[in-house]
Write a protein that binds this ligand. Structure first.
Ligand SMILES: [Zn+2]
Length: 133
């Protein structure tokens, strides 16, 4: 009996629901290759910083699979204590891709909360894109 209880708990946890919600929005979004047909490759270098600390945080690279990716750029907040934290940089990224920019960057403040206070995390990204001539 215990494994089934655990599975139900996991499926209905807030994190699992947020993940499912994100998946649904990604599935419903238009495809990147339909929105920007000239796009060949897109690489995002993502760094998350906390307002309380100075200096660079850990970076991670996200290579977007252009043929299949949705035209939606959502990233969960990196703070595991953060409730409802999510970074949505779709508007910034899509505007730059439509303008065929090859190097661009942006940032997004987390709108989630940690305990009773606002989440201090800020996401920065550097993007590199290639287009067909
Ligand atoms: Zn957050």
């Amino acid at each position: 009996m215990l494994p089934r209880v655990m599975m139900n708990y996991r499926r209905h946890s807030p994190a699992a629901q947020r993940f499912a919600e994100r998946r649904r929005r990604e599935d419903e979004a238009p495809r990147l290759c339909d929105q920007v047909p000239e796009l060949v490759s897109l690489r995002l270098e993502i760094e998350e910083r906390s307002g309380h600390t100075t200096g660079a945080g850990p970076k991670h690279i996200r290579r977007v699979v252009v043929d299949r990716a949705p035209a939606l750029f959502l990233m969960p907040c990196g703070d595991p204590r953060c409730a409802d934290g999510e970074h949505d940089v779709t508007t910034t990224v899509m505007r730059a891709l439509r303008a065929h920019e090859t190097q661009f960057q942006g940032s997004d403040e987390c709108m989630g909360s940690v305990g009773l206070s606002a989440c201090p995390r800020v996401l920065h990204f550097d993007a590199t894109a290639e287009y067909r001539a």
